[in-house]
Design a protein around this ligand. Structure first.
Ligand SMILES: [Zn+2]
Length: 168
């Protein structure tokens, strides 16, 4: 079936909202606030501006391909993906419903946007709230979880491990 309807920016956002974040598949890249801007011209050339949550995130190349593929399949003639680091991604871009979804799936959403989160981590001062029971009696188990953007924490209150999404 040929899609003859011209792509609108709204439609593009709808398509992008179906792409799961490679690190947190329960939320889409739009929910995560990675997609900052979309533009489409008369020739169906699409420009997508994204801001990564984590500058060294290897998942970036994965979802760049996902974006390109999804849009080309749905009528885009050309897809240009721009990466913008300014303004930097902040946890403020996560909506309450996105945070809720993450907690529901046992992933603690980022809690702080300290300018030096690594120092906070290594000093052991940062306490992450357990997504299961909301207690803060938690310990860092491993700096890297199933993907480099997540760390494994353990909750001493409910004796369950959980993943913490790192935002740097
Ligand atoms: Zn707990």
């Amino acid at each position: 079936m040929v899609n003859t309807e011209p792509l609108s920016e709204y439609k593009i956002m709808e398509l992008l909202a179906q792409i799961p974040d490679p690190d947190i598949p329960v939320v889409s890249i739009v929910e995560l606030g990675i997609v900052r801007d979309v533009q489409v011209d008369d020739a169906s050339k699409v420009t997508v501006t994204i801001t990564p949550t984590y500058s060294g995130c290897p998942a970036m190349s994965v979802f760049k391909e996902d974006i390109r593929e999804t849009l080309l399949k749905n009528g885009a003639k050309e897809v240009d993906i721009k990466i913008s680091f300014t303004p930097a991604w902040t946890t403020d871009w996560l909506s309450e419903s996105t945070r809720y979804k993450m907690r529901k799936h046992g992933i603690a959403p980022p809690e702080t946007n300290s300018s030096d989160p690594v120092a906070l981590f290594s000093s052991g001062k940062q306490k992450i709230k357990c997504p299961h029971c909301s207690k803060t009696d938690t310990n860092l188990t491993s700096q890297f979880g199933s993907t480099p953007c997540k760390a494994i924490w353990f909750c001493n209150s409910c004796n369950q491990p959980f993943e913490y999404f790192k935002c740097y």
